[in-house]
Design a protein around this ligand. Structure first.
Ligand SMILES: [Zn+2]
Length: 305
């Protein structure tokens, strides 16, 4: 019997890890928008030092807000929620998770897809919100070959230009150099099979790109629309379900341009609250699906399962 690369992957890192952390088969969220079936599937979770997110915030005001959400100040374990859209014979992923090399409790996307009967070769299109490791690095397998062999790729033009610029590694700052090196190495492998879009463009039937800069220089969100039904895939432009909603104006550590990211966050929350449309956030709690409600002083995430 021939032992394929796929078998090797299936029986090594992915499955063992998913079994270890008990995440395989985690319940996923489903949304139907017209003919499009949307599932939110898990790539696991990250474990981050609190300071990475909360460092730049006013600490005295921060403490009572975190207490309200039972969120410790020293550590976060955000989920990673990948959006799968199936419509008109296409199978589309929005981001591809961390892959095997980034973080211990992430990289389980293949198992989550398998639970829905979706094989890597079924994926026809991969759309990136941005090129951070937990969204991009799942592109390649352990052998550095594309993990989704039949897929074509799409990314915002500005995001591509930023990470592929040879100067980025020198200008991004020491802490983010591994992001720059890692992004460029991976994007180079799909250079011949990727197309670009800009704000407002309809990238697939009923899917419009929405500029949401700040978290990264070219971060994009996506609005999926059919008739009166719609959902917005916001990636990391609304990065958590507590402070990003309570105080969207505060600087947040992971955002590369914290001022621009805050303006983007406020604009999106305002639109989402006003329109009452559903939202899927890559790191929002549970499976990242919910709605946004305006409160007296800020916003609140209404989780939907
Ligand atoms: Zn992220």
């Amino acid at each position: 019997m021939q032992y394929s690369r796929r078998d090797f992957l299936k029986h090594s890192a992915g499955s063992a890890l998913a079994a270890n952390i008990g995440l395989a088969g985690t319940a996923n969220a489903k949304v139907q928008i017209g003919d499009a079936l949307i599932d939110v599937v898990s790539d696991g979770s990250l474990t981050l030092p609190g300071n990475f997110i909360f460092g730049p915030m006013p600490q005295d005001e921060l403490a009572p807000l975190l207490a309200k959400y039972n969120q410790p100040i020293d550590q976060l374990t955000p989920p990673c929620n990948v959006t799968l859209l199936r419509s008109e014979g296409r199978t589309v992923l929005f981001d591809v998770g961390s892959g095997p090399d980034f973080a211990p409790n992430s990289g389980i996307l293949l198992d989550s897809l398998d639970a829905l009967g979706v094989a890597p070769e079924d994926v026809t299109d991969i759309v990136f919100t941005h090129a951070h490791p937990d969204h991009l690095w799942g592109l390649l397998d352990d052998f550095d070959d594309p993990l989704f062999p039949e897929a074509s790729y799409m990314i915002g033009k500005k995001e591509w230009d930023y990470w592929m610029d040879p100067n980025t590694v020198d200008t991004i700052g020491d802490a983010r150099v591994p992001f720059a090196v890692g992004a460029q190495r991976r994007l180079e492998t799909i250079e011949d099979n990727i197309s670009f879009f800009t704000d407002g463009q309809e990238i697939l039937t009923g899917v419009a790109a929405r500029q949401s800069f700040g978290h990264t220089p070219g971060h994009m969100a996506f609005e999926v629309n059919s008739g009166s039904e719609s959902v917005m895939i916001v990636g990391d432009s609304i990065g958590n379900h507590h402070i990003a909603f309570e105080r969207p104006d505060w600087p947040s550590g992971p955002d590369q341009d914290q001022d621009v990211a805050a303006q983007t966050r406020i604009g999106l929350l305002d639109q989402l609250a006003h329109s009452k449309m559903q939202v899927i956030g890559y790191h929002l709690s549970g499976n990242g699906l919910g709605r946004v409600e305006k409160t007296g002083s800020g916003y609140r995430f209404l989780k939907e399962d």
